[in-house]
Design a protein around this ligand. Structure first.
Ligand code: SAH
Length: 310
């Protein structure tokens, strides 16, 4: 028997180590080069204007996937000091093809203590969550045995009615606190509700279709919605300021997604149709425009970063 979050961590570690995730689902940087370019423009502006071109800047990405996001980012904001946090050796090899000058890390801890801009797309959703279920007798924590849930009494409490499920992403909260203590400027793009009742959100994707998270661990990508309110609290606890979340469509549109796409299409008419479709998928509310959110963290007394003005 194993606690659910440990099960999820092991299953995902096996999945990212051995499978090609991009056969199972499509992420924003794989849809359009404009996505990474916009993040690069965001970082360039933050560094020049808001960090006053701080020396020794390190650019960090957590969970870089194929490395395409960072490759697109660096075309707009070329930078020598690039640090990638990636546990999968297979994906590191993929990333090295696109960003040969990067340095790799298993965690943020070993990244040099310098002024930092950190970006991450669909990283927090891959981190393991604990799951708690409210029963008549009290709260239980989910464990896994023989591909089935087993509930064990726990001292977790929350004022939710019987039948409720709560997810707690301790790994994501820890990561946010580490970023905050570094006084980094960080931009996370991920999916989850901005507010609303807690619910079960864990899902597994295998071959572009939903799968049972407990079956065939390591064969499917298991994710959970990001609890932005909890992460905002974690940031505040560690002395940083959270910004957003704002819907991805508002963030990308404010930063010129359509203008940049149009400019690229004019120079390369053969790409026009693909760029248009990608921009639609990134922004349409029924696609990735509204469930996906941008969320930033800055040190105290730092200006509001672009895209997060109210
Ligand atoms: N950002 C990419 C990939 C998202 S998939 C994109 O948008 O396409 C999640 C990424 O996070 C993968 O690169 C995976 O290997 C990495 N990852 C998952 N859990 C991790 C962990 N605990 N530590 C470091 N990297 C992790």
């Amino acid at each position: 028997m194993i606690r659910f979050d440990r099960f999820m961590a092991q299953a995902n570690a096996a999945y990212y180590a051995t499978k090609n995730p991009f056969a199972d689902f499509v992420t924003s940087p794989e849809l359009s080069q404009v996505f990474g370019e916009i993040l690069g423009a965001w970082a360039r502006y933050v560094w020049r204007t808001m960090m006053r071109a701080a020396e020794n800047l390190v650019v960090v990405e957590a969970g870089p996937g194929t490395g395409s996001l960072m490759a697109d980012f660096l075309r707009v904001f070329p930078h020598p000091a690039v640090h990638l946090i990636e546990t999968s050796r297979a994906l590191r090899a993929e990333q090295q093809k696109r960003i040969p000058h990067a340095t790799w890390h298993d965690t943020l801890e070993t990244v040099p203590q310098h002024p930092m801009i950190l970006i991450a797309n669909e990283f927090l959703d891959a981190l393991p969550v604990r799951q708690f279920v409210r029963r008549e007798t009290g709260w239980m924590e989910r464990h896994v045995e023989n591909a089935a849930y087993v509930e064990i009494p726990t001292d977790f409490t929350a004022p939710d009615p019987v039948g409720s499920i709560r997810e707690v992403n301790e790994a994501a909260r820890l990561f946010i606190r580490q970023v905050a203590r570094r006084r980094a400027v960080a931009l996370f793009i991920d999916y989850g509700a901005a507010t609303g009742a807690p619910a079960e959100t864990v899902q597994a994707i295998r071959g572009n279709a939903y799968a049972d998270p407990l079956e065939n661990p390591g064969e499917a990508d298991i994710t959970a919605h990001v609890d932005f309110a909890a992460l905002a609290n974690a940031a505040r606890d560690a002395g940083a300021v959270p910004h957003g979340p704002v819907p991805q469509n508002r963030f990308l549109t404010a930063l010129g997604l359509f203008q940049r796409g149009d400019a690229l299409a004019r120079n390369n008419p053969a790409m026009a149709e693909k760029l248009k479709l990608a921009a639609h998928r990134l922004t349409a509310p029924e696609a990735m425009g509204s469930l996906f959110k941008a969320f930033a963290i800055t040190p105290e007394n730092f200006p509001t970063p672009p895209g997060f003005e109210t």
